[in-house]
Design a protein around this ligand. Structure first.
Ligand SMILES: [Zn+2]
Ligand SMILES: [Zn+2]
Length: 468
């Protein structure tokens, strides 16, 4: 069954195109918002139409944007289906905003390689999971999958790099690179950039306004990767609002090969469904001691995620916090306070000798609540001075610090920590990868990150601050 891509349907509904206009758009390969954005950025004739420009500015909100976590779920499921049913496809990769680890994703793209793209496209059209093929050509299929349009691009090996590069976006970056050269087909992105006289930029950095300038200065450091992460210092269990038992979380983290983890349930008065009393903290300590034998080679730090109360004190006595291996502190509840009082609370926690990490510092909820409006520079500087790590939280609802803020934080000399803040064992790896993607958007390098270091160095970082 052939439907109509969302973009064309909306442009028709808005009476911005008729039959002839639609044919012209299809001829130019403009089937998605990303295509339209790129055509406008390139100044291509058909898209230079003022009405289409306006539509490109308005339509994203209607395009069913989803969080990065949901986008990865959808894309992973579809890639899995392609891998199983379409053996002709090689090097299947998510492209577009999901590849750049944007917190909110508008538009799904998958790129793959095949010796004969037309044949591969035919096999995609026969997929049981593709409920509807909205468009197909010899190298492209627009597929409806779980209610979302997925743009599948299939390239011959010699074109693969160019297709991956242009679909990754964003449009302004693609045009800026191509204007310097690299318009011929290339097998790899590295060749696209090399022809433009640039080192290859990681996808997550391509939204940065100064990405090309940094590339021109050869200032593209090796950014932190998932493989650099030696531990995860923030996760929850059924002792607070986690879905899985302490035992399951420990086993799952051990299976990921971590050298260390921290168990950090919520303090008693946090706004979570279930929190830790002092008694339960004691029981948890004993249970962790018993479970250590089941996770050989992995250190288990006993910690807590303690709320920063409205007066800036912590939701747990120092005498109790002192007995823990690591203390994370969080501004979960704004308590009706504003841009003056909130940073004061945060700074009080940063100056507390027992607090080693501030979790999701801006307390943003992706797509629902912007981060607190605070003087972040003061927070980054205080964190750097006191030896307190600022978290890049990989939970898809948080992704906080954001890439932009993480970049400013490390520039101010602060150490960051990338955590999963996981509440279920099966998401430990995924949320760590999202945290790493967010850090890479902030040009964060392994040396900036606490948990790329050995456990002895992590313990020393904590001890140094405690010793004052
Ligand atoms: Zn939290
Ligand atoms: Zn948490």
């Amino acid at each position: 069954m052939i439907g109509l891509p969302f973009l064309l349907r909306r442009l028709r509904e808005l009476r911005l195109v008729g039959d002839a206009g639609e044919r012209a758009l299809v001829r130019e390969g403009i089937l998605t918002l990303a295509d339209l954005d790129l055509a406008i950025a390139e100044g291509r004739a058909v898209a230079a139409d003022a009405a289409l420009r306006r539509a490109a500015g308005v339509l994203p909100a209607e395009y069913r944007p989803v969080t990065l976590g949901r986008a990865w779920d959808i894309l992973d499921a579809f890639i899995d289906s392609l891998t199983r049913h379409c053996p002709a496809l090689q090097a299947i990769e998510a492209s577009g905003p999901a590849r750049r680890a944007e917190p909110i994703v508008t538009g799904f793209v998958i790129v793959a390689r095949a010796a004969d793209p037309a044949l591969a496209i035919e096999s995609i059209s026969a997929l049981p999971t593709a409920s509807n093929i909205l468009y197909r050509s010899g190298s492209r299929a627009l597929v409806l999958f779980e209610g979302h349009e997925i743009d599948v691009r299939v390239a011959t090996p010699g074109f693969y790099g160019s297709v991956l590069f242009t679909t990754t976006g964003p449009a302004a970056h693609v045009v800026a690179v191509l204007e310097r050269g690299g318009r011929q087909p290339y097998a790899s992105e590295t060749e696209v950039y090399a022809t433009a006289g640039l080192p290859c930029l990681p996808p997550e950095t391509r939204d940065a306004a100064d990405a090309i300038d940094r590339a021109l200065r050869r200032d593209v450091p090796a950014l932190v990767r998932r493989e650099d992460m030696r531990g995860d210092l923030h996760m929850h269990t059924t002792y607070s609002d986690g879905r899985d038992s302490l035992r399951r979380m420990i086993h799952a983290a051990h299976a990921l090969g971590y050298e260390y983890i921290a168990i950090t349930d919520h303090s008693e008065h946090a706004g979570a469904a279930h929190t830790l009393t002092d008694d339960e903290l004691g029981r948890q300590r004993d249970e962790i001691a018993d479970l250590r034998a089941q996770a050989p080679g992995m250190a288990i730090l006993h910690g807590i995620e303690v709320d920063i109360l409205p007066d800036g004190t912590l939701d747990c006595d120092d005498a109790v916090l002192e007995t823990l291996d690591i203390v994370l502190a969080s501004l979960h509840d704004a308590a009706g306070q504003d841009g003056d009082q909130l940073p004061r609370r945060c700074l009080a926690a940063i100056r507390h000798p027992l607090v080693s990490v501030i979790t999701h510092p801006a307390n943003q909820l992706v797509g629902r609540r912007p981060g607190y409006d605070m003087d972040y520079l003061a927070i980054y500087q205080a964190a750097a001075e006191t030896g307190t790590a600022l978290e890049i939280d990989g939970a898809p609802t948080h992704l906080d610090l954001s890439g932009e803020r993480a970049r400013e934080a490390v520039r101010a000399g602060a150490t960051v920590v990338i955590d999963s803040d996981c509440h279920r064992s099966r998401s430990l790896d995924r949320q760590m990868r999202m945290g790493v993607g967010t850090a890479r958007r902030g040009w964060v390098e392994p040396r900036h990150v606490l948990n790329t270091r050995a456990v002895g160095d992590v313990r020393a970082f904590i001890a140094r601050k405690r010793a004052g």
